[in-house]
Write a protein that binds this ligand. Structure first.
Ligand code: PXP
Length: 249
């Protein structure tokens, strides 16, 4: 008898549909339509990052996502009072706290939970008290995992950017870091997610890590959608994740 495949959820990040829309300032392409397309193609959840500078997702996008989407919404947000107020008003299924720096092109590193425990605790508590599942986007390091546990976050999302950018031996080392961190997260009782920079080429090794239960993927899927459509890109990503987990297609 073969062992059952451990489920691995796919959260599709739709931020960059809004990036393209905002390049012209009109309503097209609509990230909410992309969310509904991803849902129909097999996404398990949708992720959207409402940045402080609103460079992609807008407040109105968030309002419409909450109204029209029937999948869990994971709101990526900086740990600021403005974002906390917005999250508490909308009450998405989950909120992922990320570091935010206005000059960066995307979320560059993980949150320094170990160095900022006191500041972050009240955000984790307030979101958790509102029934929002809180995750902390961190580097795959033991001290960050331990700090996440210490401040009561139920979920961590491991930053896969360094793994995706590395080549050769360095990539193997980055993969080993992620594997170790996923094992440590499980031992600490933390639900473990991963994401950033994943593509058709890099997803399988990460999807094969048994302790990881959710991947959040955005930029590559939106880019790939230009060539074959979002539906096809999401279906192919799901298939690669399923096979890496030992499932048959
Ligand atoms: N997870 C987190 C916490 C992120 O900040 C991002 C980027 O917004 C992603 C996942 C998705 O990364 P990418 O767009 O590179 O797939």
């Amino acid at each position: 008898m073969t062992a059952p495949v451990r489920p691995l959820r796919l959260g599709v990040n739709i931020d960059h549909v809004a990036t393209i829309r905002n390049a012209r300032g009109g309503p097209h392409p609509d990230p909410v339509r992309a969310a509904l397309t991803a849902a129909a193609a097999g996404a398990d959840g949708i992720t959207a990052h409402l940045r402080e500078d609103r460079r992609h997702i807008s407040d109105d996008d968030l309002r419409r996502l909450m109204r029209d989407l029937h999948l869990p919404l994971n709101l990526e947000m900086a740990a600021t009072d403005e974002m906390l107020g917005i999250a508490l008003r909308h009450r998405p299924h989950a909120a992922c706290l990320v570091p935010e720096n206005r000059a960066e092109r995307t979320t560059e590193g993980g949150l320094d939970v170990a160095g900022g425990q006191l500041r972050l605790t009240r955000f984790v508590e307030a979101l958790g008290a509102a029934g929002i599942r809180v995750s902390l986007f961190i580097e795959p390091e033991a001290r960050q995992l331990e700090a996440a546990r210490a401040i009561g976050a139920p979920v961590v999302e491991l930053h896969t950017g360094a793994y995706c950018e590395a080549t050769g031996v360095a990539r193997d080392q980055q993969l080993a870091r992620l594997q170790r961190a996923a094992t440590e997260a499980e031992a600490l009782g933390l639900e473990c997610h991963a994401g950033h920079g994943l593509s058709f080429d890099t997803v399988a090794a990460i999807a094969a890590i048994p302790g990881i239960v959710e991947l959040n993927i955005g930029h590559f899927l939106v880019g790939e959608a230009i060539f074959g459509g979002l539906d096809s890109a999401v279906r192919r990503m799901r298939g690669l994740m399923h096979r890496a987990r030992g499932g048959r297609q």
